[in-house]
Design a protein around this ligand. Structure first.
Ligand code: 5AD
Ligand code: SF4
Length: 371
């Protein structure tokens, strides 16, 4: 297929994609990802939105995000929290504070809480997280989802956290190409290890979340199409993707795309992922909002169904800089701003699914172990 996807060819592709999941080829996905603003792209996003409405209604599921620590053993070449960045403030939130904030997220009737940090691997860390998860589990109802995003860990660690009550795990593959992964990380970081972590998490019964960044140097639309196909191969239940936002204190300081182009591509990636996978949860991420105040709404209009308002307290939030320009002051951290978020969701014809965990239909229907 050539580059342009227009007219009846576009109509046919969108109708086929809407009718059943996994029905687009790599080239068709890549052609959709390349669509620029105009009626074709509008039709593409409307098709993705229709699939989302069919599988989960016009509902937005909220997850409260807690950025619980900035220490990290990794040195990813794009990330502000990388070990070699000595300009980052390193903090670890105290466990009682984390539990208190998680319970607040629950009491405000968000369906889930995410504990996210850089990658720490130690027996002590495993035990501390295990205890925190157990505590949060004991203070919340069983359908409140506890979500961890704490990097690569051993099978034993993942199993202990799962047994303590964690329901979901988020670990972005960053790219489905092992060769491209090597250009983004030091040689000590292994794509295969990360991929194995995803298989292990799935096998342990976690609801599995993964994703990639868009707009990295050397990345093509075909590679992103492969990433979407990879999500299917590993039986991902949840997808979180964001545009690459260059950080000055890291080796990869530039994107080949303008901010506007990365926003477009990021939203297209949401729409293409929805059209391919159908029943997964897809987040409208903060990184999209960092590029435009309307970034998250655009993603919701292109088929996303999850938002992750940040509940990290102000003092810590400032230090959690994966990338610069992360929205800070605008963010929600209490009931009043949550109502502003709800108003913005209503303004695009969707509604907040208060108190519901939003378990991905994909997870409920597909319990096969990943390859
Ligand atoms: N721009 C955008 N996203 C980034 N991440 C890390 N650094 C950046 C950056 N500079 C993303 C990675 C990681 C997630 C927690 O944040 O995808 O998995
Ligand atoms: Fe650490 Fe994650 Fe940043 Fe890599 S992307 S340096 S693992 S916080």
């Amino acid at each position: 297929m050539g580059n342009a996807l227009t007219g009846s060819a576009l109509d046919e592709v969108l109708a086929r994609a809407q009718a059943a999941p996994f029905s687009l080829s790599r080239d068709e996905l890549a052609a959709l990802l390349r669509l620029r603003p105009g009626p074709e792209r509008e039709a593409f996003h409307a098709a993705a939105r229709a699939v989302r409405d069919r599988v989960s209604g016009p509902n937005v599921y909220l997850r409260g995000l807690l950025e619980i620590g900035t220490r990290c053993r990794k040195d990813c070449l794009y990330c502000g929290l990388r070990r070699s960045n000595s300009h980052t403030v390193r903090y670890e939130m105290a466990p009682p504070e984390i539990v208190r904030l998680a319970v607040r997220v629950y009491e405000l009737r968000l369906g889930s809480v995410v504990l996210q940090s850089g990658e720490v691997q130690s027996a002590k860390h495993t035990a501390v997280v295990e205890e925190m998860v157990r505590r949060i589990r004991s203070l919340t109802s069983p359908d409140f989802a506890i979500v961890l995003s704490l990097g690569e860990q051993s099978e034993e660690t993942y199993a202990r956290w799962r047994a303590a009550g964690a329901d979901r795990y988020l670990l972005r593959i960053e790219t489905s190409s092992a060769a491209f992964y090597r250009t983004l990380h030091p040689a000590t970081h292994r794509w295969e290890v990360r991929k194995n972590c995803l298989s292990t998490l799935k096998r342990l019964g976690y609801q599995l979340g993964t994703g990639v960044m868009m707009g990295l140097p050397g990345q093509t639309a075909e590679m992103l199409a492969d990433d979407i196909i990879f999500y299917r191969r590993i039986h991902a239940d949840m997808i979180g993707m964001g545009p690459f936002l260059p950080h000055d204190e890291t080796p990869i300081r530039e994107s080949p795309l303008t901010e506007a182009e990365r926003l477009e591509l990021g939203v297209n990636m949401v729409a293409a992922t929805r059209l391919y996978l159908h029943t997964c949860n897809i987040a409208a991420t903060t990184a999209l909002q960092a590029l435009s105040p309307q970034g998250r709404e655009q993603a919701l209009l292109a088929g996303a169904n999850v938002l992750m308002p940040n509940f990290t307290d102000d003092a810590h939030r400032r230090a959690y800089q994966l990338y610069p320009g992360k929205p800070i002051v605008d963010e929600v951290s209490g009931e009043e701003p949550l109502s502003a978020l709800e108003a913005s969701i209503r303004s695009i014809g969707m509604s907040v699914a208060w108190g519901l965990p939003g378990t991905p239909p994909h997870y409920l229907a597909d319990r096969d172990p990943a390859e």
